[in-house]
Design a protein around this ligand. Structure first.
Ligand SMILES: Nc1ncnc2c1ncn2[C@@H]1O[C@H](COP(=O)(O)OP(=O)(O)OP(=O)(O)O)[C@@H](O)[C@H]1O
Ligand SMILES: [Mg+2]
Length: 330
């Protein structure tokens, strides 16, 4: 069914279908000796309005590439994407007006002070001089940069710099509806990280949609309504933190074995391996009945398991279970 190219309320803030991108040889089969590297491989994404969506993945997974395509800084070799209802290729300038982008490639002028940067950017978004000054002051205050406002940005610590990057992304008034935050808390100290989480939550509460990338499972767990695990350029798993944890059984029973023989015999059943301590983690629902049955089945003579601990599955467990990055221990 045909749909209008612009809608009052598009069904999703961000939607991407089959995004594929290679580097080297412009993504084609190309010249001898220089194979193209496929960075995104049919990536599909949907981010609901007013939600926080975390794209979680290790270094090189393709997070920044995905953000750059969605923010119109680069184009995919194939696939389509719409942001705020606009096609990222056909309606590129409309997309740019609807988004804020901060992160690994922010455009702060190092030689200007924090205050000057924000005032200049506010002027560029069309605010009058007094309104720009007011907006800059407001953001400096919101990000704890008032004391450093008159120092050149090049003298800022990593954490201060990141906060300035974020402030720069919010400078327009009214604030944009879709935010791309590429590793917003990398390099921040724990307190600044907490403050930033509050800011992100505040954006979503006011109706903005946020796509953030992170390498921190905890961050995705704490902030995001939905999480997608990006592995080698495509989504390995997607859901709420609770959904994803549910995918690997709710709990893990860690067994400390009394011999290397026992460890090697049971290693194939484990989802977590620690050969140095002869510890294996097995999935369980955490009920006493299941734990008792597992212990009896694995060690009927009662000699091979020295100790055990039971804990809830973490997103780390999920990530390891659902991506190909499972370390081959032993
Ligand atoms: N312009 C480019 N030219 C060639 N290769 C590139 C380019 N940009 C990215 N890559 C490669 O694409 C892969 C994915 O990069 P990308 O920056 O998207 O990963 P990422 O998930 O953001 O990683 P990180 O966590 O380190 O930021 C990497 O192997 C990277 O070296
Ligand atoms: Mg990146």
């Amino acid at each position: 069914m045909p749909s209008p190219s612009t809608q009052e309320t598009p069904p999703y803030a961000i939607e991407a279908y089959g995004l594929t991108k290679s580097y080297g040889n412009q993504g084609r089969q190309g010249k001898r000796g220089k194979p193209a590297v496929r960075v995104l491989d049919h990536l599909d994404l949907r981010v609901a309005h007013g939600s926080v969506f975390a794209l979680l993945g290790p270094n090189g997974a393709g997070k920044t590439t995905a953000v750059r395509i969605l923010a119109t800084l680069t184009t995919a070799d194939s696939g389509t994407a719409r942001v705020a209802g606009y096609d990222v290729v056909a309606d590129r300038s409309a997309v740019r007006r609807a988004i804020s982008l901060t992160g690994q490639f922010a455009a702060v002028d190092e030689t200007q002070t924090g205050e000057e940067n924000l005032r200049m950017m506010a002027r560029l978004t069309g605010l009058s001089r007094p309104a720009a000054r007011h907006r800059a002051d407001e953001l400096l205050e919101r990000f704890g940069l008032t004391a450093a406002a008159r120092r050149p940005a090049r003298t800022y610590s990593g954490g201060m710099r990141r906060r300035l990057d974020l402030a720069a992304g919010l400078v327009g008034s009214p604030e944009p509806g879709v935010f791309f935050l590429d590793e917003p808390t990398t390099g921040l100290d724990p307190r600044s990280r907490q403050e930033l989480w509050e800011v992100v939550r505040g954006l979503a509460e006011r109706g903005a949609s946020v796509l953030l990338t992170t390498q921190y499972l905890e961050e995705a767990d704490r902030l995001a309504d939905r999480i997608a695990l990006l592995d080698k350029g495509s989504i390995a798993a997607e859901g709420s933190a609770a959904d994803l944890k549910g995918r690997v059984a709710g709990h893990r029973l860690d067994l400390v074995l009394t011999s290397r023989d026992a460890y090697l015999r049971l290693t194939g059943r484990a989802v977590h391996h620690s050969p140095e301590t002869l510890t294996l983690g097995l999935p369980t629902d955490g009920s006493a009945a299941h734990v008792r049955a597992l212990l009896d089945e694995i060690d009927p003579a009662g000699t091979e398991i020295g100790r055990f601990t039971l804990h809830s599955a973490t997103l780390d467990d999920v990530f390891l279970a659902l991506t190909s990055e499972v370390p081959a221990h032993v």
